[in-house]
Structure formats: C-alpha cells, structure tokens
Design a binder for this molecule. Structure first.
Ligand code: DOR
Ligand code: ZN
Length: 347
C-alpha cells in the first residue's frame, strides 16, 4: 500500500499572482493546491488604496479557473502617503487582510515603498488599534550593508524600533532567511510571526553561485549560508505556532531572469507541496506539515482552518512536473529543488 498524507487544505500566506496574462497562467497553479493566499500588492502601479485592492480582487476572481475553491486575501502596499482612514475603511469592509511594508528599493517594484519610517507612524498606530497585520519585507537598503547581512541589520535598525514604538502592532516577518530572523521571531509575543518559503528550506547560497550562476535560484531575500537554511528547517518543522508557510512564489519570465540584471523570484506554486512533504519527511516531521502549511497561519490571521482536506501520496517513481509554464507574458521556469520528488499532490 502506498503511503498517503492527508491534511487540511493548505494556505499560502505570501504569494505573488501578478496581473493580466501572467495572473491567468499562474493563478490555477496556486488555486489547485491552496485554499487561501495573502496576495502581494507589488504590481505596477502598486495596490495602494482600498479601491485598488477591490479592483485587483475583481481581476483575480475573473481569472479564477471554474470550480476552484480559492480565496485571495488582499493586502495594501504601504507608502509614505498612505491614508490611515483609507486603510481602516478597507479593513472594516473586509477588503484587506494585511498591509505590506517594503523598504523603498529593497526588491521587485518596491520603489514606492517606505524611506522614512516616521512618515508611516500614523498608519502603523491605526493598524495596532484595529488589529490589522503588517507584513514586512525585512531588509535594509543601505548600499553599505552587505546583501547577506541585510535581514539581520533590518531587525536591529528598523523592525525592533518600530515594534517598540508601536505596541500591539501585529507583524509577520515575511520570508525569513536567517537564524537571526528565527531567533527574533521566537523572542516575540503572540503579535509576532514569521513566514518561511519553500525554496529557502532547500537551497543555500552555493546553489546560486557555486559552479556557475543560476538565476532561477535568485530571490530576495537572497538565500544565505547553510547554517541559516538548517535554522529555517528546524523552525518550519518545529510545529511552533509562530512559523508558517508563505511561498513567495514569484513568477518572472525567463528572459528577465536569464538577464544581465536578472529579476528576483522563484516560482514554486506548482511543486511547493511536494517539496514540503519531502523536507518534512527528511526531518522526521511529516506529522507537523499540517501545522506549518494549514493551521498556524490561519490561527495568526484569526481565520478558521480549512474544512476540506488534500492528500499527498508517496509514489515509487519520481512524479513528473512541468519544468516550464507557458504564459501570455513569456515562459516561466518552475523551481527545481535539485532532487526527485516522490510526494504527489492528488487533485
Ligand atoms: O524574490 C522576490 N521576488 N522577493 C521579493 O521580495 C519580491 C518578489 C517579486 O515580486 O518578484
Ligand atoms: Zn514576496
């Protein structure tokens, strides 16, 4: 008899769906595996107001494959001009689940993000008051700081001061990549959590740089050294409520990844659940995959767990995944974990 694993339908607490032709092509990949996802607002132009979020949600629902059971949870992109009253109204209307903080210049389409954190104090205070979560891209942009240190420095220079000044602010440290990030998340109370991506559980910086440069492993925050990857695996598989899945699945067409100045992002929506089952099995923690992928995130966001389940089945032969997805906006390479996958997601 083949081994199977049944868990509550997972959610993705950090996802890039893009817009237009790319949205149409990648949405089915997430909708097939996940019940809900926190949708990143870094479009061009970004999703800044409640009205923008409403319009973007409509476009997502129009692109939804027939029969899909997938709820996009919308976010607003925090700018220095964001109006606290607009944020509060969008929250009251049930339009948004979080606000996303990008330090200006930290990553893809982040130039409208925050330079001066004092300018967003009013919004953060309003969010603390109404219990709305701030999702944080935690990297400093100071060119003097080494790219591999930018997460750890952000915690000291920005995140900790902001949290001290704004008691009660609910914060998700998005895509943590370092042992410092894990330790900081653990030192917080119930108002602090961290998402971990699939790819950061399986690659370290050697995968990007040793033996040739591999642009499809380049993302932000960039993968760090092996000790950090091991810290992430320990945290993800610990079952602790503060750690949950946010894939950061971020499609870019190949011609912009395989480029002299390649875009950051790994597209993992297609095989994330198979990779996670592999990782959790390797760590002897298959019984904790449900907490990481299906339970902890919902609890943090104050949502009930999914009522439906999904099943993964361990096959004798590696399962076949498409290496590429054709989209109307170019070909997208599916993340290659570098090892065969035996856990198949059953539709
Ligand atoms: O690798 C990344 N890709 N990191 C981000 O923060 C943004 C994302 C994207 O939008 O492509
Ligand atoms: Zn992201």
């Amino acid at each position: 008899m083949s081994q199977t694993l049944t868990l509550r339908r997972p959610d993705d607490w950090h996802l890039h769906l893009r817009d237009g032709a790319m949205l149409e092509a990648v949405l089915p990949e997430s909708a097939r595996h996940f019940g809900r996802a926190i949708i990143m607002p870094n479009l061009v132009p970004p999703v800044v107001t409640g009205a923008d979020a409403r319009a973007y949600r409509t476009r997502i629902m129009e692109a939804m494959p027939t029969g899909a059971c997938f709820t996009p949870l919308m976010t607003l992109y925090l700018t220095e001009d964001t109006d606290p009253a607009d944020v509060a109204a969008a929250h009251r209307a049930g339009l948004i689940s979080a606000v996303k903080l990008y330090p200006a210049g930290a990553t893809t389409n982040s130039h409208s993000g925050v330079r001066d954190f004092d300018k967003v104090r009013g919004v953060l205070e309003k969010m603390a008051e109404i219990g709305l979560t701030l999702c944080v891209h935690g990297e400093v942009t100071d060119p003097a700081v080494d790219i591999f240190d930018r997460e750890a420095v952000f915690i000291d220079r920005v995140l900790d001061p902001v949290r001290r000044k704004t008691p009660g602010l609910r914060v998700v440290m998005e895509h943590v990549t370092t042992s410092e990030g894990i330790a900081y998340a653990r030192a917080g109370g119930d108002d602090l959590a961290a998402t971990i991506t699939t790819h950061h559980l399986v690659i370290n910086r050697n995968h990007i740089l040793a033996g040739g440069i591999r642009p499809h492993y380049y993302c932000l925050p960039v993968a760090k050294r092996e000790t950090h990857r091991l810290a992430l695996r320990e945290a993800a598989t610990s079952g602790e409520a503060r750690f949950f899945l946010g894939t950061d699945s971020a499609p870019h067409p190949d011609h912009l990844k395989e480029h002299p100045c390649g875009c950051a992002g790994c597209f993992t929506a297609t095989n994330t659940m198979s990779i996670l089952a592999h990782v959790f099995e390797e760590e002897g923690a298959l019984d904790r995959l449900e907490r990481f992928a299906s339970l902890n995130g919902a609890a943090f966001y104050g949502l009930p767990p999914a009522e439906t389940t999904v099943t993964l089945e361990k096959r004798a032969e590696p399962c076949a995944y498409p290496a590429k997805i054709e989209t109307g906006a170019g070909t997208v390479t599916v993340f290659d974990p570098g090892f065969p996958l035996y856990w198949a997601f059953k539709d």
